[in-house]
Design a protein around this ligand. Structure first.
Ligand code: CDP
Ligand code: MG
Length: 227
């Protein structure tokens, strides 16, 4: 065998760590969370290091997403991640696990992910960035994310109990509730279209209004619809 190919193979198979955080859309919808957990478990050579369901503190959400601070979607991202629904953090280890998890999830936006066959965000995400899970995007990120959760949220790295906790979660919820993702995606898309219409109308009512002001009024309307 060519010694170089053995070397390449070895490095590409290096054991890595990754943090996955099931977002509230995959925690409230139990069957979705279960399907994602089953898919993660099936990744070649994957082992579960830690498993924890909890409410993500705001500080921790901000640290996890520090790179996005200041972007327009950042406040709603933090709001989503700190929802009282909670999240599930899963620390994983395995050869090439960082990219295999990212590939399994697929593109960030659900609409884009729906064009990639079989990826979890396309199959189970609801709309736009409501996309099932966070996953570390580099090996350095993986180690850093896990250390952060161990320090800040007392995530415990202990393989046997973690694998058991994940299996118990699957056993508890599998088959108890339906997966209605297809209709959810359609309903959410209709809302998105309706919002675009409302936005366009608002813009005709004051051509000087900033994008930020229009978004602000849209949010007021949406909040009042929910109240
Ligand atoms: O999650 P991923 O690493 O694929 O994407 P990101 O660019 O790091 O963004 C982090 C998260 O912010 C996404 O998963 C979305 O939930 C959210 N996001 C959003 O809502 N709108 C955007 N324009 C970009 C990201
Ligand atoms: Mg990211």
């Amino acid at each position: 065998m060519n010694p170089h190919s053995a070397e390449v193979n070895y490095t590409s198979q290096k054991t890595e760590r990754s943090l996955v955080v099931l977002k509230p859309d995959a925690v409230l919808r139990r069957q979705i969370g279960v399907n994602v957990l089953k898919a993660l478990k099936k990744l070649p050579g994957a082992s579960i290091l830690a498993f924890k369901e909890f409410d993500l503190p705001e500080e921790l959400a901000k640290q996890l997403y520090a790179e996005h601070e200041g972007k327009i979607f950042y406040p709603s991202l933090i709001e989503m991640m700190t929802s009282p629904i909670g999240v599930i953090a899963i620390a994983m280890e395995g050869p090439g696990i960082v990219s295999s998890i990212r590939d399994l999830l697929g593109p960030t936006f659900v609409e884009r992910a729906k064009t990639v066959k079989g990826c979890l965000r396309g199959k189970y995400g609801i709309v736009k960035g409501v996309n099932v899970a966070y996953a570390s995007d580099s090996t350095a990120d993986g180690s850093r994310n896990i250390d952060l959760f161990v320090t800040e949220s007392k995530l415990v790295i202990d393989k046997a109990p973690a694998a058991k906790a994940l299996d118990s979660y699957i056993a508890k919820w599998d088959g108890k509730f339906p997966d209605n993702t297809k209709s959810m995606q359609k309903e959410a898309f209709d809302v998105l279209e309706a919002l675009d219409d409302v936005k366009a109308v608002l813009q005709t009512e004051n051509r000087d209004a900033s994008e930020e002001d229009v978004r602000s009024l849209l949010k007021i309307i949406l909040d009042s619809l929910l109240n």
